[in-house]
Design a protein around this ligand. Structure first.
Ligand code: GCW
Length: 679
C-alpha cells in the first residue's frame, strides 16, 4: 500500500484509448467560453488526447464557425443548466451545455455512442441527470484497521487515497478515478470511512491541506469532495467537555471548524455522518434526537452552502436474540419518521435501500416514503459486502434498477428515484413537497490493478454512475454499453460471453445463497463471505431467520408479527401483509411459513430452496469453460484474474448449495424430490 506499489499498469476500465476512436478520428471544435475553468480544461485535454491518438484535429475557440468540423462541443448560455443537448445537423454533431461540467458529460455521451454519434441527422436530445447529487462514499481508513483492513468492506486492495499513514503524495490513481467518475456523471465523493477512527477524524482539522489536494484532483472532473466526520469531534479534536448539540461551545466549535474547511476548500461539498450507529457517537448520549444532531452540523455549514448527509442507519446492535418483539427492520422508521419536518433545508437523510443492510434481496426501505418534508438520499452498495466480495460475478445493475424504479410513495405515485431526486411522478399532488436529496453508494474501488479486484466488478461502478444519472435506464443495456467500451472492437464471442455470464448474475447469486428474502446466512467470521446458515441466529445483531422443524421466516405482519408491514404506504402494506399477495422473492422477509407452503410459482418453499440452489451451481459451473474459451481474445492478465475468481465462485457457490440444502433437510426432514445429493 505504499506509493511504490502503484507500478503495475493500471487497467483503463471503460476509458481505453480505443473507445475514443470515433471521436478522436474527427475534426473537433471546442467552444468552452471565457469561464471554462478546470472542467473546461478537462474537456479540451480529453479531446486533445483522443485526436492525438486517432488522427483527428482539435480547434479551441471562443467564437468559431462550425463549418469544417464533424463535432462541435459548445458551452452556451442557452444550453441546459445541468446535463447537455446533443443533435446532428448538416452532417455535424453538436453538443451544447450550459456549463463546462455539462459539456464534459456530453463529451462522454459522444464517446459512449461511438460511430452512432456521427450517423444520420437528428433533432436535439436533452440528457439531464434526475438527481442533483450523485455520490460515491469511500469507507477508506488512513491507518490499516486491525479487523477491517484499510478499506472497510473493501475487496480491491488498499486505499487509492491513503498510504503510509497519510494522504498519498502521488495522487495519480485518484486522478484516473476522478476521470472515470466524471465520465459517468458522478459529481460527489466522500473520501473517508463513516466509521471515523482517530487518525481519520483529523482530516477535518489538521489534515485539511491534504483534503484540499484531493479536492484539487476531483474538481477538474466535476466532482466535489466531502468528508465523513465524527459527531464526537468537539471532544475528540477540540478538547471540549461535551458533544451536546444544544451546547453553545459545541455549536461555536463546529461553526469555526466549518469556516476553516471552506476557507481551505471553497467548493467543499459537506459532511457525511454516521451517528448513534454501531458504536459511533451521536446525540442520544445527551438526550437529544437526530434532528438536533443533524441541524447542529447543518447550521455550521449553511453559511458556506454546505450539505450534511445524515445516515438513517440507526438500530440497536446489542439486541438480545431472545427478545422477539424487537425488529431491526423497524428501527430506522421508528427513529426518523417522527422527525419529519424538523430537519434544516441543508440536511439530507441518507437511507440504505433496504431496512436491514445491503442484502442480496430486501424490500425497499419504507423510510424513503415516510419523510416527505425531509430531503432523502438513497444509499446503495457497489462494494460487494453481501454479494460475493468481488470474488463472485454479481452484476448489480438490475438490483439497483428495481430499487430506484420501485413505486414506493402512497398509492405508487412516486418511485424511490423520484423521491430522492425531487421529481414528481404520475399522480403526485400539485402541492407535494418536492425536495431533492440524491443518490449515493459505497464505492468498490481500491489500489488493485483492475480497480475492483474482480475485473467484471468494474461494471457495477459504471452502472451505478449511469443509473444515478438516469434511474430509468435499462440495466442490461448499460451492461452492454460497459462491455462495448471496456472491450472495444472485441470478437463478438467476448461480448456474448460477458453478457451471458453477467446479465442475470445477481439472480444467480441470490439463487445459491439466502433464499426468498430471508437475508444473511453469511459467515460473520469471514466478513460476510460464504455460508453460515445460523451464523447470526443467536447473535446480538438483530438479523434472524427463526428456522425450526416446521418452518422458517420472520413474521413482520401487523396481524401477528412485529408490525413492520404497517410502516409501508398503500398499497404495499397490504401487499406484504397478505400471504396471497406477498411476492415470492420476499416471502421469508415478511412471513414465517411451513416448509410445505406453496409459492405463487407453484412449488413448495422447501423444493424451491433445493432446486434453485442446485440449478444455480450448475449454471455457475458452465461459466468456467465459457470463459476459458475466451483465452487469447481478451487481455491475458484480465483473463487470468477472472478465471481465478470463477474457480473460487464455483467452490463457494457449491459450499452455499450444500450447506443450505443440507440445513433445510436436517431441519425439516423433507426429502428433495429431485433426489440430488444432500449431506
Ligand atoms: O453493513 C454494515 C457494514 C459495516 C458498515 C455499516 C454501515 C461502515 O458491515 O462495515 O460500517 O454497515 O453502513 O455503516
Amino acid at each position: 500500500m505504499s506509493d511504490t506499489t502503484q507500478t503495475p499498469p493500471v487497467h483503463p476500465a471503460w476509458l481505453p484509448d480505443a473507445a475514443f476512436a470515433p471521436l478522436g478520428s474527427r475534426r473537433v471544435l471546442v467552444v468552452t467560453g471565457p469561464d471554462a475553468g478546470p472542467v473546461g480544461a478537462t474537456v479540451v485535454d480529453e479531446v486533445r488526447r483522443a485526436v492525438t491518438t486517432h488522427g483527428g484535429t482539435l480547434t479551441v475557440a471562443d467564437l468559431a464557425s462550425a463549418d469544417d468540423h464533424d463535432l462541435v462541443l459548445r458551452v452556451a448560455p442557452d444550453g441546459p443548466d445541468t446535463g447537455f443537448t446533443r443533435l446532428r445537423t448538416g452532417g455535424v454533431t453538436v453538443v451544447v451545455a450550459g456549463d463546462a461540467t455539462g459539456l464534459l458529460h456530453g463529451l462522454h455521451d459522444v464517446v459512449r455512442a461511438g460511430e452512432a454519434a456521427f450517423g444520420a441527422d437528428h433533432p436535439p436530445v436533452v440528457s439531464r441527470p434526475l438527481a442533483p447529487v450523485r455520490m460515491l462514499d469511500h469507507w477508506d481508513n488512513i491507518d490499516v484497521h486491525p479487523v477491517m483492513g484499510q478499506v472497510e468492506r473493501g475487496y480491491a486492495g488498499g486505499s487509492i487515497f491513503y498510504a503510509d499513514g497519510r494522504v498519498r503524495e502521488d495522487l495519480s490513481r485518484v486522478a484516473a478515478y476522478a476521470r472515470m467518475l466524471g465520465s459517468v456523471g458522478i459529481n460527489a465523493v466522500a473520501i473517508n470511512n463513516v466509521n471515523v477512527h482517530a487518525t481519520e477524524a483529523r482530516l477535518l482539522t489538521d489534515g485539511l491541506a491534504d483534503v484540499a489536494r484531493v479536492a484539487d484532483v476531483f474538481r477538474p472532473h466535476g466532482v466535489r469532495t466531502y468528508l465523513s466526520v465524527s459527531f464526537g469531534s468537539p471532544m475528540r479534536l477540540g478538547g471540549l467537555a461535551t458533544n451536546d448539540p444544544l451546547d453553545p461551545d459545541v455549536q461555536a466549535w463546529w461553526a469555526a471548524t466549518a469556516d476553516r474547511v471552506w476557507a481551505t476548500i471553497p467548493d467543499f461539498g459537506g459532511f457525511v455522518v454516521k451517528a448513534d450507529s454501531e458504536g459511533q457517537p451521536g446525540p442520544f448520549a445527551y438526550g437529544r434526537d437526530h434532528a438536533d444532531g443533524a441541524n447542529l452540523l447543518a447550521r455550521a455549514v449553511a453559511p458556506h452552502g454546505g450539505t450534511v448527509f445524515w445516515r438513517a442507519f440507526v438500530y440497536n446492535h446489542e439486541q438480545d436474540w431472545r427478545d422477539r418483539r424487537t425488529d431491526r427492520a423497524r428501527a430506522a422508521y421508528d427513529h426518523f419518521a417522527p422527525l419529519d419536518g424538523r430537519f434544516d433545508d441543508n440536511v439530507v437523510l441518507q437511507v440504505k435501500y433496504g431496512p436491514l443492510d445491503f442484502q442480496v434481496r430486501e424490500p425497499v426501505s419504507p423510510v424513503i416514503a415516510a419523510v416527505p418534508r425531509t430531503r432523502v438520499a438513497v444509499e446503495l452498495q457497489v462494494t460487494q459486502e453481501y454479494t460475493g466480495h468481488q470474488k463472485h460475478v454479481c452484476y448489480l445493475g438490475p438490483l439497483w434498477s428495481d430499487v430506484l424504479g420501485f413505486p414506493l410513495a402512497e398509492n405508487a405515485t412516486r418511485t424511490v428515484a423520484s423521491i430522492a431526486s425531487g421529481a414528481p411522478g404520475p399522480g403526485t399532488p400539485e402541492d407535494a413537497d418536492l425536495r431533492a436529496g440524491g443518490i449515493t453508494a459505497v464505492s468498490n474501488v481500491g489500489d488493485d490493478e483492475f480497480w475492483t479486484g474482480h475485473p467484471l466488478a468494474q461494471a457495477n461502478l459504471y452502472a451505478y454512475g449511469r443509473l444515478a444519472w438516469d434511474p430509468a435506464a435499462d440495466p442490461v443495456a448499460l451492461l452492454d454499453e460497459w462491455i462495448g467500451l471496456t472491450f472495444p472492437g472485441a470478437d463478438p464471442r467476448v461480448r456474448e460471453t460477458l453478457h451471458g455470464l453477467m446479465d442475470r448474475s445477481w439472480l444467480t447469486y441470490e439463487a445459491y445463497t439466502a433464499p426468498l428474502g430471508v437475508c444473511f446466512m453469511v459467515d460473520p467470521l469471514r466478513g460476510h463471505y460464504g455460508p453460515n446458515v445460523d451464523g447470526y441466529e443467536y447473535s446480538k445483531w438483530g438479523t434472524y431467520h427463526f428456522a425450526d422443524r416446521d418452518g422458517i421466516g420472520v413474521d413482520r405482519t401487523v396481524a401477528t408479527g412485529t408490525g413492520y408491514t404497517g410502516q409501508y404506504p398503500a398499497p404495499w402494506r397490504d401487499v406484504y401483509e397478505d400471504l396471497a399477495t406477498c411476492p415470492d422473492e420476499l416471502l421469508l422477509f415478511f412471513h414465517h411459513v411451513p416448509y410445505g407452503h406453496v409459492l405463487h410459482s407453484g412449488t413448495t418453499v422447501i423444493q424451491h430452496v433445493y432446486d434453485t440452489r442446485a440449478d444455480a451451481v450448475e449454471l455457475v459451473e458452465s461459466w468456467v469453460p465459457r470463459w476459458e474459451a475466451l483465452r487469447g481474445l481478451v487481455d491475458d492478465r484480465l483473463h487470468a484474474r477472472v478465471a481465478e475468481r470463477l474457480t473460487e465462485q464455483v467452490r463457494s457457490a457449491t459450499e452455499w448449495r450444500d450447506q443450505v440444502r443440507t440445513y433445510f433437510f436436517r431441519k425439516s426432514g423433507v426429502p428433495d424430490a429431485s433426489g440430488r445429493p444432500i449431506y
